[in-house]
Design a protein around this ligand. Structure first.
Ligand code: NDP
Length: 276
């Protein structure tokens, strides 16, 4: 129960990774405010958390709207008395961004920038005056390994901004004892069928494995990392982006066939061991 006296906002906490984070923080004692637009999904997660004995409320919020972010923080503080943890998880990826083929550059950039980067910046900035009032306050921003790759386009650019903002805001908030970190998830299964199909496999027999561990990650695995970074166990970690991708980023995919052709000669062992 690392968060028993904490009040947390989780943006996009009504679905996927955000839902996983909301469930985890509530399970560890936090009062959780879920901020997103879809009320039905939001209320479902609130009920789930209540059924597990946790404290949770849904606050209908469009995080691209500064006035709504201000209202969210005001409402959370007036209802629960304080704000100690902020998780900026809401975002828009390439699949459901709503961009049409003939949309102009400014519109494309605005869609990715507003949902992923502006929202994170505005929530950090408006939360800071409340976070400073409480000991051990912390922020976690959800970035993406797309920020390391060129082929994710403007989504990756916006998430690179989240990584930069995390460093900048960590420096700004450090004098108040507030830590700011980011998590860069790899492939995370939020809706099993949809995401498996998108990655080329529905049965785990991957054409291109989504991680070194031959599977996608789970929202619970991102939630466990978020809980660690928000807790005092991470008390000397700030301004960092932690990659949680099952090792995908450490693999040089194009070199795989040629490395496989030389067998185990490049490794320190022969590879003749029996796996359990
Ligand atoms: P989705 O990307 O499918 O859902 C996004 C969440 O953000 C929803 O809860 C949605 O709620 C919320 N959201 C989007 N726009 C807004 C808005 N304008 N105002 C308020 N809330 C908004 O979920 P995932 O779990 O896949 O992604 C969560 C985060 O993790 C995102 O930032 C994503 O970029 C990142 N990520 C995900 C990866 C993955 O493999 N799943 C990999 C790397 C990063 P609503 O529509 O109700 O507002």
């Amino acid at each position: 129960m690392r968060f028993s006296d904490k009040v947390a906002i989780v943006t996009g906490g009504n679905f996927g990774i955000g839902r996983g984070i909301a469930l985890r923080l509530a399970a560890e004692g936090a009062t959780v405010a879920i901020a997103a637009r879809d009320e039905n999904r939001g209320h479902r997660v609130v009920e789930e958390i209540h059924d597990l004995g946790g404290e949770c409320e849904f606050f209908k919020t469009d995080v691209t709207d500064e006035a709504e972010i201000i209202a969210l923080i005001d409402n959370v503080v007036s209802q629960f008395g304080k704000l100690s943890l902020l998780v900026n998880n809401a975002g828009v990826g390439s699949q459901h961004c709503g961009i049409e083929a003939d949309d102009p550059p400014a519109k494309r950039w605005q869609i990715f920038r507003r949902a992923n980067l502006d929202s994170t910046y505005l929530a950090c900035a408006h939360a800071l005056p409340q976070l400073v009032k409480n000991p051990d306050s912390a922020i976690v921003n959800i970035s993406s390994t797309a920020s390391f790759h060129g082929n994710w386009g403007l989504y990756g650019v916006a998430k690179t901004g989240v990584d930069g903002l995390t460093r900048s805001f960590a420096a700004e908030a450090a004098p108040y004892g507030i830590r700011v970190n980011a998590i860069s998830p790899g492939w995370i299964e939020t809706s099993a069928q949809e995401t498996a199909a998108a990655a080329g496999s529905e049965d785990g027999d991957w054409d291109m494995p989504p991680s070194l561990l031959n599977r996608m990650g789970t929202p619970g695995e991102i939630a466990a990392t978020a809980a660690f970074l928000l807790s005092t166990e991470a008390s000397f970690i700030t301004g960092q982006t932690l990659v949680v991708d099952g090792g995908l980023m450490i693999l040089d995919y194009p070199s795989r066939p040629s490395l496989e052709s030389v067998g185990h000669r490049v490794y320190s062992h022969s590879g003749k061991y029996e796996a359990p």
